[in-house]
Write a protein that binds this ligand. Structure first.
Ligand code: CP
Length: 327
């Protein structure tokens, strides 16, 4: 287990200790304040170069990583993959070598293949590699920002700051993750984060949308979804990933919604304090009713907003690795 991501790559949350996770959350807390200033910039990564390589579609992750890097005063090289030489057949290895030749300190990369970020970290060992989502494997910064959002909302309710709270409020917290677990890198990173932080994690999904090795995961599979909704402090919905063929794992979208969608009727089973989360993009009317997504207890937009301080923290810790330049 790694006790810190300082000066390291961030490829997965599976090998991070509770202390390492809390260090990221606490660092992000200091960047929340920077993001509230009129001039939202600190010199922490001045002179450093961050390459943003998204081989797969993204709105939130790409924009918030690039915003985060700019707010840390880094220079950002953003590769438009669709109009790059990747389309002429240039390999991942040659693409990375080309970008590295321009002089970079970090690569933020999303790729459709599980393990692509790990592969790149072998090609350019002197560059910090941050996984922004690889195939079905991991989406580490989503796991971090989800845990950060839970800590932020619960500590606000308790009248404390997240840093004061540390990881205490995660002890025994009941987290229910619902939907397409099988194809979800978000589920894998969320489960790694929540379980390392001390939460109880349950998953609810049709049998066909559970991974075949679910018994080896640190979760309990629920038999009674409605009962689990009453149990949960946090309900995290997952997108039905039609681009990964998940539509063929359920008889019909309507049946999925009827059995596992968070409909308005089902949302009435939740306690008023239960947080409703979704990493986005949402399929409104499929895994979540549009009216549920807009309830005050749904924190979807706050999750998006927290993407910036979390990604500032990750870039800062992995690339700078010191305490210089934060203020
Ligand atoms: N949650 C998430 O990764 O969203 P994007 O695909 O828009 O980046």
């Amino acid at each position: 287990m790694n006790g810190s991501i300082r000066g390291q790559n961030l490829l997965t949350l599976n090998d991070l200790s509770r202390e390492a996770l809390v260090e990221v959350l606490d660092t992000a807390e200091s960047f929340v304040e920077v993001n509230r200033r009129t001039i939202k910039k600190v010199p922490a990564l001045k002179g450093r170069v961050v390459a943003s390589l998204f081989f797969e579609e993204s709105t939130r992750t790409r924009l918030s990583f690039e915003t985060a890097a700019k707010r840390l005063s880094a220079d950002v090289l953003s590769l438009a993959v669709a109009s790059s030489s990747v389309k002429k057949g240039e390999s991942l290895r040659d693409t990375i070598a080309t970008i590295d030749a321009l002089g970079i300190d970090a690569v933020v990369m999303r790729h459709q293949s599980s393990g692509a970020a790990m592969q790149v970290s072998r090609y350019v060992p002197q560059v910090r590699v941050i996984n922004a989502g690889d195939g079905l494997h991991q989406h580490p910064t989503q796991g971090l920002l989800d845990a950060f959002t839970v800590r932020q909302v619960l500590s606000e309710r308790a009248g404390t700051s997240g840093v004061e709270t540390g990881a205490e409020l995660f002890d025994g917290l009941k987290v229910l993750i619902v939907g397409d677990i099988r194809h979800s890198r978000v589920a894998r990173s969320d489960i790694a984060a929540y379980s390392a932080l001390g939460c109880q994690v349950r998953v609810a999904a049709p049998g066909t949308l559970l991974p075949s090795d679910i018994e080896n995961w640190p979760v309990q599979v629920v038999n009674d979804y409605d009962e689990a909704l009453e149990w949960a402090d946090v309900v995290a919905l997952l997108r039905l990933q039609r681009e990964r063929g998940s539509g063929s794992f359920v008889p019909s979208l309507g049946e999925f919604t009827q059995t596992f969608g968070l409909t308005l009727a089902r949302a009435k089973r939740l306690r008023p304090t239960t947080l409703i989360m979704h990493p986005g993009p949402m399929n409104r009317g499929v895994e979540i009713d549009s009216r549920v997504a807009d309830l005050p207890s749904a924190v979807v937009e706050r999750q998006v907003a927290n993407g910036v301080p979390i990604r500032m923290a990750v870039l800062y810790l992995t690339v700078a690795g010191t305490n210089e330049g934060v203020s």
